[in-house]
Design a protein around this ligand. Structure first.
Ligand code: SF4
Length: 82
């Protein structure tokens, strides 16, 4: 799944979207509430996308997985990944 704001887009691999532990972790770590975990599924909160502070906490939260199932894309840099 992918959602785009004006400056930031977030991609989450569909294969982990129903991982309840991962969903809860993402919702917990993001300081600007870009992730939510209703019903144990990852939800991207579109209205908060452009509040991203590029802190990488979401990437750290899924660290160790290969490939990394979450991507933060900087649309103002031609979609470069954080
Ligand atoms: S980089 Fe930080 S602010 Fe941006 S989505 Fe990840 S946890 Fe949230």
């Amino acid at each position: 799944m992918r959602k785009d704001g004006i400056f930031i887009a977030i991609e989450v691999d569909d294969g982990v979207a129903s991982d309840a532990a991962l969903a809860a972790k993402l919702a917990e770590v993001c300081p600007v509430d870009i992730f939510a975990a209703p019903d144990g599924r990852v939800e991207i909160v579109e209205k908060n996308l452009d509040e991203c502070v590029l802190c990488r906490l979401c990437l750290d939260a899924v660290g160790g997985r290969d490939p990394i199932p979450v991507r933060v894309l900087k649309l103002y840099e031609d979609g470069a990944a954080l």
